[in-house]
Ligand binder design. Structure first.
Ligand code: RP5
Length: 175
């Protein structure tokens, strides 16, 4: 599935407020960040993808994050590579939960982005997933939104049950 950057689910969820922001530092990050949008779509959670950089467009980041809660954003996912400061910068400007996705592609294969994202100073947390772990970032956002949302919780339980079922079936077919 191909996702564009303009409130991608507004056609599907007509009138729905955005719930999750999927931010990335560069257009070159898009192939790795699509998985977050895909899992959110799987669970019917509206999201929007935006490109903004902690270094190249710091003012835009600040403005976007300041307005996010009024637009319905409840969780922010940030993917960036190299000296990845996007998640930390976003977290500095909001009390919304921020999930950081360190991205590979650098000379250090994403180890640089991992440390930049995960090693936040006390007081400003970023929930960091694995290098290129955009899928899990999307899933974690769903789990956060499922708190107090029985319908979404039920979908997560079904998702977990299917994973178990698929593994059991795999074992049966290969025993
Ligand atoms: C980071 O620098 C971006 O998140 C990207 O992962 C990396 C390279 O960006 P480009 O030079 O491809 O725009 O800020």
């Amino acid at each position: 599935m191909e996702f564009s950057f303009n409130s991608i689910y507004s056609q599907i969820f007509t009138g729905a407020k955005m719930k999750v922001a999927v931010l990335m530092g560069s257009l070159s990050d898009k192939p790795k960040m699509q998985a977050a949008a895909e899992v959110l779509a799987e669970f019917g959670v509206p999201c929007e993808l935006k490109i903004m950089s902690a270094h190249r467009s710091p003012g835009l980041v600040q403005e976007y994050v300041r307005k996010a809660p009024d637009r319905g954003i409840r969780v922010v996912i940030c993917g960036a590579g190299l000296a990845a400061h996007l998640a930390g910068t976003v977290a500095a400007h909001t009390t919304l939960p921020v999930i950081g996705v360190p991205l590979s592609g650098s000379a250090l294969n994403g180890q640089d982005a991992l440390l930049s994202t995960v090693q936040m100073p006390k007081g400003i947390p970023v929930a960091t997933v694995a290098i290129d772990g955009a899928y899990n970032a999307g899933l974690l956002a769903v789990q956060m939104l499922a708190i107090g949302d029985p319908a979404l919780t039920a979908k997560l339980q079904k998702f977990r049950a299917k994973m178990t079922h698929d593994l059991e079936q795999l074992n049966q077919e290969n025993s």
